[in-house]
Write a protein that binds this ligand. Structure first.
Ligand SMILES: [Ca+2]
Ligand SMILES: [Ca+2]
Length: 299
């Protein structure tokens, strides 16, 4: 596993294990939510991770799951599909185009791929992060074994933020404690209250998907890349080999940033920003304009 430690700041790519959950919510609820995402699979490259079916014979995963490797396999249930080709995004960084495309030798049968969307208004929205691996809670960190699909939810707190002198690339989320006392990204406006199925991706969720619901459809907006923490957190009497404590945070490579690369390699186009979102934007603009007009009239 790659582990970069800079001062008191820890950052780990998510190879090896998976999501941690709230200590006051049953694990079965997270596993049940994960069942709604059949297009999320296990991936074996240089390490064990997760991936997302974006076309019958294409899986999108994290670059660091392959890390220079040129072959591997994916697994849906008990069915294994071997790779025909692997394309790793050249020059990826954690949270920043940390992507690999896997073309499968044979198409996946019986599972509809998920669609990707090319919009850029994810911040502030509820997201669902799906992957395989061990769980554990925000108190214990990740403790179990790889191979069970879970889904956890978070509000997306920001994108490409620099905080405490460190770069948090990609779409980022924090793992809020049930009592609201731990709110890592509060300084960029993150809420301190956790969602009902709040959680944190940990090693092994790497390459899994981050999904946002637009107009009733789940779209893939990010690929799980890293878990990070601030070592100065007073609540974290942590085991240095574990991740996903309350206060830890995640980074996801935004898929729309790689729209051209995905199209060039696979021929798969993203779904344009839904017209309903554009209409909402127009509404806000019109409202702002009419207010300005009123202000001028009132002068
Ligand atoms: Ca959160
Ligand atoms: Ca928060």
């Amino acid at each position: 596993m790659r582990l970069a430690t800079v001062g008191l700041f820890g950052l780990a790519a998510c190879i090896g294990w998976a999501s941690t959950i709230r200590d006051d919510v049953a694990d079965s609820a997270y596993i049940a939510l994960g069942e709604n995402y059949p297009y999320v699979c296990r991936v074996t490259g240089g390490g064990s991770g997760s991936g997302v079916l974006i076309a019958p014979n294409w899986v999108l995963t994290a670059g660091h799951v392959f890390w220079g490797g040129t072959s591997g396999s994916v697994r849906f249930g008990s069915t294994v599909y071997n790779s025909a080709e692997v394309f790793e995004f050249s020059g990826w960084d954690l949270g920043k185009n940390d992507l690999a495309l896997v073309r499968l030798q044979t198409p996946v049968v019986g599972i509809d791929p998920v669609r990707m969307w090319n919009g850029r208004n994810e911040v502030g929205r509820v997201s669902t992060s799906v992957g395989f691996g061990t769980s554990g809670t925000g108190i214990t960190g990740n403790t179990g074994g790889y191979g069970t699909k879970r889904a956890v939810r978070n509000i997306i707190d920001g994108y490409n933020e620099t905080l405490w002198g460190h770069n948090y690339y990609g779409l980022i989320t924090d793992f809020d404690k049930p009592d609201g006392s731990v709110n890592t990204f509060g300084l960029i406006g993150s809420d301190s209250s956790p969602l009902d199925l709040e959680g944190c991706a940990t090693p092994g969720d790497s390459g899994g998907g981050l999904f946002v619901n637009y107009g009733g459809e789940e779209f893939l907006v990010g690929i799980t890349s890293y878990v990070a923490w601030e070592g100065v957190d007073p609540w974290a009497s942590r085991n240095s080999n574990r991740y996903g404590y309350y206060g830890d945070n995640n980074g996801y490579s935004r898929v729309s940033d790689a729209e051209q690369w995905i199209l060039e390699k696979s021929g798969i186009a993203m779904v344009p920003e839904p017209s309903t979102m554009l209409m909402a934007g127009v509404g806000v603009f019109m409202f702002g304009r009419s207010r300005n007009q009123r202000n001028r009239e009132n002068r």
